[in-house]
Design a protein around this ligand. Structure first.
Ligand SMILES: Cc1ncc(COP(=O)(O)O)c(C=O)c1O
Length: 366
């Protein structure tokens, strides 16, 4: 039988489709303002760099489960930063960035053909990729009533959301947990923007008010890429249901999905310090305020965006036309259709540019 490449079953890599807009934005005489990908631009805190460097002499293999110090630092940070309690350090598992974990999660959990993975209507594309890699089917839904009688195997929630910045409250999340518990469905909550809340609060799936102190069937996925500017290090973790985390650990040990030891130590340092995380949050808050005013002044409507790293904005036209409008002004943004068919009239604007570039964007939007 002819071999079918895995790559051929996956969607086109979305960023390739805005190459023309990128070239146009780059041709601006004062240079591009790139608000597309959302990659961190601020330096890594010296505290974290020192921790990484201090382990650069170790030659032996690290453990897949991560050091005890790292797992204890995770437990302490979740409690301090988000009020999450009841996490056992044994139920913490580092990941080589959470994109890796998300891309393989359905496979690692044993999902396959015939299983349904529910993802938000507008979603980080890797949720779909992970389901496809496992041979599972994707259903897009933001509410339980959309699901009908079929029982999914896995439900993703992502609050605060990429791309919309929408926050799901305690009641919403609790209903998801109750629905999942009654049916034996796993809930994976991608919480990589939990620390970037501009109005109100964003509860974790592991918040006692949501899960009643019982983590069964729940996985919370956390990334250090944005909170500690560690996208280049590849640093994240998953925690929640000890049995599920144990299963993931067992497979990941066999598969060599191991976070490098210097990165484990860098993560430990980052999780032990809230000062750098707070400084970063305030930088994003200021950039957000400048961009929000500039967008509204230019006639855009900004929807949701009460938290997270993006502004989800529209002027009521096809998103690719809006991408071109920005590109003509030397600004690159992401078309909303990257994130699902419902995003066809929005663009996503990242807050991740240096202050000087954010100021340039404001002038260009006038
Ligand atoms: C919602 C969401 N989840 C996960 C990730 C992956 O982050 P990383 O692989 O850097 O941990 C991102 C990155 O942008 C994201 O937006």
């Amino acid at each position: 039988m002819a071999r079918i490449s895995v790559a051929s079953g996956l969607p086109d890599f979305p960023w390739d489709t805005i190459a023309v807009a990128k070239a146009r934005a780059q041709s601006h005489p004062d240079g591009i303002v790139d608000l597309s990908v959302g990659t961190p631009v601020d330096p890594v805190d010296p505290l974290i760099r020192d921790a990484l460097a201090a382990r650069s002499d170790v030659s032996g293999y690290p453990t897949t489960h991560g050091t005890t110090d790292l797992r204890e630092a995770v437990v302490a940070a979740l409690k301090r930063r988000y009020g999450i309690t009841g996490v056992d350090p044994a139920a913490v598992l580092p990941a080589i960035g959470t994109k890796e974990l998300i891309a393989w999660l359905p496979t690692l959990l044993g999902l396959g053909s015939g299983d349904v993975v529910v993802i938000p209507e507008l979603a980080y594309p890797t949720y779909e990729v992970g389901a496809l890699l496992a041979g599972a089917t994707v259903a897009r839904a933001d509410g339980l009533t959309q699901l009908g009688p079929a029982t999914p195997a896995l439900i993703y929630v992502n609050s605060p959301s990429n791309p919309t910045g929408r926050v799901l409250g305690v009641d919403h999340l609790r209903k998801v947990v109750e629905f999942a518990r009654e049916r034996g469905v796993i809930v994976a909550s991608d919480e990589c923007y939990l620390g970037l809340v501009w109005d109100g609060e964003a509860p974790s799936i592991l918040d006692d008010r949501v899960c009643g102190g019982d983590h069964t069937g729940l996985l919370a996925i956390h990334s250090l890429s944005k909170s500690s500017n560690l996208a280049s290090y590849r640093a994240g973790f998953v925690t929640g249901d000890p049995a599920l985390v144990g299963e993931l650990l067992a497979v990941r040990k066999h598969a060599g999905m191991i976070v490098p030891l210097p990165v484990q130590d860098a993560m430990t340092a980052a999780l032990g310090d809230d000062a750098h995380e707070g400084v970063q949050r305030e930088s994003y808050r200021e950039r957000r305020s400048v961009l929000l005013d500039a967008l509204r002044g230019a006639g855009f409507t900004v929807d949701h965006s009460e938290a997270g790293l993006y502004l989800w904005t529209t002027r009521g036209e096809a998103c690719r036309d809006t991408v071109d409008w920005f590109a003509d002004r030397g600004i690159l943004v992401a078309p909303g259709d990257f994130y699902g068919p419902r995003g066809g009239q929005h663009v996503r604007i990242a807050l991740t540019a240096p202050d000087e570039r954010i100021a340039a964007a404001r002038v260009r939007l006038r």
